[in-house]
Design a binder for this molecule. Structure first.
Ligand SMILES: [Cu+2]
Length: 155
Protein backbone atom coordinates (compact mmCIF):
# COMPACT_ATOMS: atom_id res chain seq x y z
CA UNK A 1 0.00 0.00 0.00
CA UNK A 2 2.79 2.44 0.96
CA UNK A 3 4.59 1.49 -2.21
CA UNK A 4 1.50 2.40 -4.26
CA UNK A 5 1.29 5.80 -2.63
CA UNK A 6 5.00 6.41 -3.16
CA UNK A 7 4.67 5.48 -6.83
CA UNK A 8 1.67 7.71 -7.21
CA UNK A 9 3.47 10.63 -5.56
CA UNK A 10 6.50 10.13 -7.78
CA UNK A 11 4.27 10.17 -10.86
CA UNK A 12 2.48 13.26 -9.62
CA UNK A 13 5.79 15.00 -8.96
CA UNK A 14 7.01 14.09 -12.44
CA UNK A 15 3.81 15.47 -13.96
CA UNK A 16 4.21 18.65 -11.97
CA UNK A 17 7.81 19.06 -13.08
CA UNK A 18 6.81 18.56 -16.71
CA UNK A 19 4.02 21.10 -16.47
CA UNK A 20 6.47 23.70 -15.17
CA UNK A 21 9.00 23.30 -17.95
CA UNK A 22 6.84 25.22 -20.39
CA UNK A 23 6.51 28.23 -18.14
CA UNK A 24 8.73 31.24 -18.88
CA UNK A 25 9.89 31.60 -15.28
CA UNK A 26 9.50 28.51 -13.15
CA UNK A 27 8.31 29.61 -9.72
CA UNK A 28 11.33 31.54 -8.55
CA UNK A 29 10.61 31.31 -4.84
CA UNK A 30 10.38 27.52 -4.86
CA UNK A 31 13.59 26.82 -6.75
CA UNK A 32 15.82 29.35 -5.10
CA UNK A 33 17.80 28.98 -1.91
CA UNK A 34 19.59 31.62 0.08
CA UNK A 35 22.53 31.08 2.42
CA UNK A 36 24.69 33.08 4.76
CA UNK A 37 22.36 36.06 5.12
CA UNK A 38 23.64 38.83 7.35
CA UNK A 39 23.27 42.51 8.08
CA UNK A 40 26.10 44.72 9.25
CA UNK A 41 25.48 46.12 12.69
CA UNK A 42 24.91 49.84 12.18
CA UNK A 43 27.62 52.27 13.21
CA UNK A 44 26.49 53.87 16.50
CA UNK A 45 24.37 56.92 15.81
CA UNK A 46 23.54 55.89 12.26
CA UNK A 47 20.43 54.10 11.03
CA UNK A 48 21.71 52.98 7.65
CA UNK A 49 23.30 49.62 6.96
CA UNK A 50 23.64 46.91 4.35
CA UNK A 51 22.54 43.32 4.04
CA UNK A 52 24.23 40.44 2.21
CA UNK A 53 23.47 36.86 1.21
CA UNK A 54 24.30 34.21 -1.36
CA UNK A 55 21.50 33.19 -3.70
CA UNK A 56 21.43 29.89 -5.57
CA UNK A 57 19.08 29.50 -8.53
CA UNK A 58 18.26 25.80 -8.84
CA UNK A 59 15.63 26.33 -11.53
CA UNK A 60 15.89 25.80 -15.27
CA UNK A 61 15.23 29.47 -15.94
CA UNK A 62 16.75 32.73 -14.86
CA UNK A 63 15.15 34.41 -11.85
CA UNK A 64 14.94 38.13 -11.33
CA UNK A 65 14.93 39.93 -7.99
CA UNK A 66 12.87 43.09 -8.14
CA UNK A 67 12.62 44.14 -4.50
CA UNK A 68 13.60 43.34 -0.96
CA UNK A 69 11.45 43.99 2.08
CA UNK A 70 12.66 44.36 5.65
CA UNK A 71 10.22 45.03 8.47
CA UNK A 72 13.13 46.25 10.63
CA UNK A 73 13.88 49.14 8.27
CA UNK A 74 11.88 51.92 6.65
CA UNK A 75 13.24 51.13 3.19
CA UNK A 76 15.32 48.44 1.53
CA UNK A 77 16.91 48.85 -1.91
CA UNK A 78 18.97 46.60 -4.17
CA UNK A 79 22.31 48.33 -4.78
CA UNK A 80 25.42 47.63 -6.77
CA UNK A 81 28.88 49.13 -6.54
CA UNK A 82 30.54 50.63 -9.58
CA UNK A 83 33.95 52.14 -10.04
CA UNK A 84 34.14 55.41 -11.93
CA UNK A 85 37.03 57.88 -11.99
CA UNK A 86 38.71 55.92 -9.22
CA UNK A 87 35.68 56.37 -7.00
CA UNK A 88 33.48 53.66 -5.62
CA UNK A 89 29.86 54.55 -6.09
CA UNK A 90 26.64 52.85 -5.14
CA UNK A 91 23.81 52.58 -7.56
CA UNK A 92 20.22 51.53 -7.02
CA UNK A 93 19.23 48.58 -9.22
CA UNK A 94 15.63 48.07 -10.27
CA UNK A 95 16.26 44.37 -10.73
CA UNK A 96 18.99 41.75 -10.63
CA UNK A 97 18.83 38.53 -12.65
CA UNK A 98 20.45 35.23 -11.75
CA UNK A 99 20.91 32.77 -14.61
CA UNK A 100 19.58 29.20 -14.49
CA UNK A 101 21.76 27.11 -12.20
CA UNK A 102 23.87 30.10 -11.18
CA UNK A 103 24.87 31.49 -7.81
CA UNK A 104 25.04 35.19 -7.06
CA UNK A 105 26.73 36.55 -3.97
CA UNK A 106 25.58 39.81 -2.47
CA UNK A 107 28.82 40.80 -0.79
CA UNK A 108 30.76 43.89 0.34
CA UNK A 109 32.03 45.78 -2.71
CA UNK A 110 29.36 44.29 -4.96
CA UNK A 111 25.62 43.82 -4.88
CA UNK A 112 24.10 44.54 -1.50
CA UNK A 113 20.80 45.37 0.12
CA UNK A 114 20.81 48.96 1.33
CA UNK A 115 18.76 49.42 4.46
CA UNK A 116 17.51 52.88 5.40
CA UNK A 117 15.81 53.92 8.62
CA UNK A 118 16.84 50.92 10.68
CA UNK A 119 14.88 50.33 13.84
CA UNK A 120 16.70 51.41 16.96
CA UNK A 121 18.34 48.81 19.12
CA UNK A 122 19.44 46.43 16.39
CA UNK A 123 22.68 44.84 17.55
CA UNK A 124 25.16 42.07 16.92
CA UNK A 125 23.64 38.61 17.25
CA UNK A 126 20.07 39.67 16.43
CA UNK A 127 18.26 37.46 13.94
CA UNK A 128 16.09 39.35 11.47
CA UNK A 129 14.04 38.45 8.42
CA UNK A 130 14.56 39.71 4.90
CA UNK A 131 12.00 39.04 2.16
CA UNK A 132 13.23 38.78 -1.42
CA UNK A 133 10.60 39.49 -4.09
CA UNK A 134 10.89 38.09 -7.61
CA UNK A 135 9.41 39.42 -10.83
CA UNK A 136 6.86 36.58 -10.98
CA UNK A 137 5.38 37.73 -7.69
CA UNK A 138 6.94 34.89 -5.69
CA UNK A 139 8.83 35.85 -2.58
CA UNK A 140 11.25 34.19 -0.22
CA UNK A 141 11.82 35.16 3.40
CA UNK A 142 15.28 34.38 4.73
CA UNK A 143 16.97 34.83 8.10
CA UNK A 144 19.76 37.39 8.38
CA UNK A 145 22.10 37.63 11.37
CA UNK A 146 23.40 40.95 12.56
CA UNK A 147 27.21 40.85 12.49
CA UNK A 148 29.72 43.41 13.67
CA UNK A 149 31.27 45.70 11.11
CA UNK A 150 34.84 45.00 12.22
CA UNK A 151 34.58 41.31 11.41
CA UNK A 152 33.59 42.07 7.80
CA UNK A 153 36.08 44.74 6.96
CA UNK A 154 39.84 44.58 6.65
CA UNK A 155 40.13 48.34 6.54
CU1 LIG B 1 24.22 50.84 -1.10
Amino acid sequence: MMKCIATFLRAAAAALTLSLVGLPAAMAGAGVSVEDGYVRAPVPGRNVSAGFFTLHNHTEASVTLVAVQADFAERAEIHSHTHSDGMMRMRKEESVSVEAGATLAFAPGGYHIMLFGLQEGIGVGDELDLTIVFDDGESLTVPVMVRSLSRQSHH
